[in-house]
Design a protein around this ligand. Structure first.
Ligand code: GLN
Ligand code: ZN
Length: 757
């Protein structure tokens, strides 16, 4: 039995690459020092894999920022506005990744998007009619050589041509198919060059094949691969898919002259079924993704070996592999000093997953699986009853009825009652929740955590910040106020820490984009709320003003989506447990005089299944009810808001209305307000606050600019339904620009009010 991995985290066990790159950005170190750090990380990763006997060690899975952007550079698909700056290659690359503002010019970064159903973001390549695709770089060759020189035979990995063309954004008339010929030629040439250097296998990653494919998509895929495979030279080509199954093109895949086919048996619901139905071709190697590359639990060897045994009915040529790149899990448990062994023994991060592959190999090679000590140990671990079951929570969520998920009276009646209660002006102004988390806030929190600042002093510090924030909002003239969220480090971590059932790590960072990493909490047991989490802050803030103060909570779907979920109970069950806890908080806020409560579902959209056929059953059918459960118990006069970070919900617009919030705010400014047409066409019922300016940039929008955005919104949205707000929280912004922007926002809303009443 042989083992393979698809890719390894590149940020470094202690985020060395992040720190080096950020130093480079600040011009504190030169390119050579950054390069040295990068090289150390790569060689260290190879050594780890070698030590675990991994047979197919990936190279070129490294990236300074993102491998889709690397591919764009490799193929010469770099917009002129970056090459024109006249910077060196590395700086041109970073200019495209992060934008450039300096003596050579002023350009924004390329767009960024979520990488399939993960929390990783890739840079969206831009292709216009002048783009000339050709082999324009040597990174995969260089990295192959670097490893070979260090004595490690690797399998270079590349983002595949189909996925690259599907992810690119086309600015001119040309579309993916128009670039197919040149793209195939470039990949063919590259594979040949790798083969000439001595590479035995080349891995082409094609996660786009697990999405719904049209007949044209299938044609594009087949034509690309026919050309590339005809030119592959001495190397063997592995077509690697992940994040799902390839039900639309499996038959085509097995008919191609590929040497290896990588399938995902973790997320690919139909992967086994496809092989059962169509078989697996002789002479090709099956790379079986059986070790979950996305979650942090120990592999269940019994289950995995069951899959391998099933596959052996169709082929003997099997390599055991991860379900996707290990990029999506933290590096290692080695640096977790605070988690006890009781917990840790259930976890496997990237390094530990290498160990699991080694063990699976050993068990399978031993010939007698059942009596292998490693196997016995693993099955014992998986049959252990884990602490953390809460019978009360289980009983409550099991007993839910439709009535628990339905808020009464219906929307229109509530709307009337709330209009009378709040008598807000036309186009009420508000913000999304957080105010700038300035360095004083961060250092106070740090001091509190290390014990340097007492709880009393910390709390009075936070209260001062809240008071200043309320005063500022009153001065600016906003209509619905917020307390500023100063007590929160992060909108999920904060609630995770307040709730029972979550575990936290110290160093378990996962790359989110570029040099940014996140440290997701782990859903360990049943979730419950021991005590109120936000009530005193909101009540204090409300005591300072006569204007309505929004209570601020994070919704169940977002908390779950930004954590490592359990695998021993369903996502649905976890979501309802979290919903129950948040619901208790909602009711407490209401009972304590908070009249408007916002429940953020920033991440609801991003875990929408990749295939349309799975949307409802696998996700929306529980995600939307879980949200409804959070607020179904409030009085008609309590106004429920929600917020979403992306406005890419055109396809699920009716589900968004079904969340049955009274008001929704969302990002719209960057997407050119295109969502407005969708709202109009669908007669969207919920009141809406499409963000009138982009908070991701330090720019201060002028009053006129905001007024224009409002006017445009009014052509699609009835005036009485429209709210005016920025498009996300202000946490990452500076104080001065925030005040200036919000003043302009209020002036613009007032001007619109005068014109429309
Ligand atoms: N209420 C949160 C904030 O303002 C929402 C953040 C988000 O949508 N990502 O920070
Ligand atoms: Zn947001």
């Amino acid at each position: 039995m042989k083992t393979s991995i698809i890719g390894y985290p590149r940020i470094g066990e202690l985020r060395e690459l992040k720190f080096a790159a950020e130093k480079y950005f600040r011009a504190e170190i030169g390119a050579d020092e950054l390069e040295k750090t990068a090289r150390q990380i790569r060689l260290y990763n190879y050594d780890l894999q070698k030590a675990n006997g991994i047979d197919f060690i990936p190279s070129n899975d490294f990236s300074y920022y993102d491998n889709v952007l690397d591919t764009a550079f490799l193929l010469g698909a770099v917009p002129q506005r970056y090459t024109q700056l006249g910077l060196g290659t590395l700086d041109t690359y970073f200019a495209a990744a992060r934008g450039y503002q300096g003596e050579k010019g002023d350009v924004k970064a390329l767009a960024m998007k979520k990488w399939f159903n993960t929390n990783y973001h890739y840079i969206v390549p831009e292709i216009d009619d002048d783009t000339q695709i050709k082999l324009a770089g040597t990174k995969p060759l260089d990295l192959y050589k670097e490893a070979a020189d260090a004595g490690v035979q690797t399998k270079p990995v590349l983002i595949g041509p189909y996925t690259f063309l599907k992810l690119a954004s086309y600015k001119g008339a040309k579309q993916a198919a128009d670039l197919a010929e040149d793209t195939a030629a470039a990949y063919g040439e590259l594979v040949q060059k790798l083969a000439a250097l001595g590479a035995q296998w080349v891995q082409l990653d094609e996660p786009s094949l697990v999405k719904d494919m049209t007949a044209e998509d299938i044609d594009l895929f087949v034509s690309l691969y026919k050309k590339i495979l005809a030119a592959k030279g001495g190397a063997k080509v592995l077509l690697q898919t992940y994040f799902g199954d390839v039900r639309d093109c499996y038959e085509k895949i097995i008919s191609l002259d590929l040497d290896g086919i990588g399938l995902d048996f973790t997320e690919g619901k139909k992967s086994l079924g496809l092989i059962g139905k169509y078989g697996f071709p002789k002479g090709k190697t099956l790379f079986a993704g059986v070790v979950n590359g996305k979650n942090i639990w120990r592999n269940d060897y019994k289950k995995t070996i069951g899959i391998i045994r099933e596959l052996e009915k169709y082929t003997q040529d099997i390599v055991i592999s991860t379900s996707c790149s290990l990029l999506h899990v933290p590096c290692t448990l080695d640096n977790e000093t605070k988690l006890s062994e009781e917990y840790k023994k259930h976890f496997a991060f990237a390094k530990e997953k290498l160990g699991e592959l080694a063990q699976l190999k050993e068990i399978l090679d031993s010939g007698d699986v059942q009596s292998s000590p490693l196997y016995i140990h693993n099955t014992a671990l998986h049959s252990e009853k884990r602490a953390g079951t809460n019978d009360e929570v289980r009983a409550r969520t099991a007993a839910l009825t439709e009535g628990d998920l339905t808020r009464l009276p219906q929307f229109a009646q509530r709307e009337k009652i709330q209009r009378e209660r709040f008598s807000l002006p036309l186009f009420p102004t508000t913000t999304i929740g957080s105010f700038p988390q300035t360095s004083d806030v961060k250092s106070a929190r740090k001091a509190y955590r290390t014990g340097e600042l007492s709880q009393k002093d910390y709390e009075s510090f936070i209260k001062d910040k809240i008071a200043q924030c309320v005063a500022l909002q009153e001065e600016i003239g906003l209509d619905v106020l917020v307390h500023g969220e100063y007590e929160r480090n992060d909108m999920v971590e904060y609630f995770g820490e307040c709730l029972d059932g979550f575990l936290f790590t110290e160093k378990a960072w996962v790359q989110s984009y570029g040099t940014r990493c996140v440290k997701p909490p782990v859903v360990w047991g049943d979730i419950s709320r021991a005590k109120p989490m936000t009530v005193r802050w909101s009540v204090y803030a409300q005591s300072l003003t006569d204007k309505p103060m929004k209570g601020m909570l994070t919704g169940p779907v977002t908390i779950l989506n930004w954590s490592f979920p359990r695998e021993d109970i369903s996502l649905k069950e976890s979501a309802f447990q979290i919903a129950l806890a948040i619901r208790e908080e909602v009711l407490d806020l209401e009972a304590n005089g908070i009249k408007i409560i916002q429940v953020d579902e920033a991440a609801l959209r991003e875990k929408l299944p990749l295939r349309k056929a799975d949307w409802k059953e696998d996700y929306l059918d529980w995600a939307i009810p879980a949200f409804r459960f959070v607020h179904s118990g409030v009085k008609p006069e309590t106004q429920i808001h929600t917020h979403m970070c992306y406005s890419e919900f055109a396809d699920i617009i009716t589900y968004i209305d079904d969340m049955d919030a009274d008001v929704i705010t969302f990002e719209a400014s960057r997407s050119d307000l295109t969502i407005l047409d969708v709202l109009k066409q669908n007669d969207f019922r919920t009141q809406v606050g499409p963000g009138v300016y982009d908070i991701h940039s330090p720019r201060v929008p002028s009053k006129d600019e905001i007024k224009k955005a409002i006017d445009k919104m009014l052509t699609r949205i009835p005036a009485r339904k429209l709210w005016v707000n920025p498009d996300c929280g202000l946490k990452t912004r500076g104080t001065t620009e925030t005040a200036a922007s919000l003043k302009n926002l209020v002036s613009a809303a007032r001007e619109a009010r005068n014109e429309n009443s």
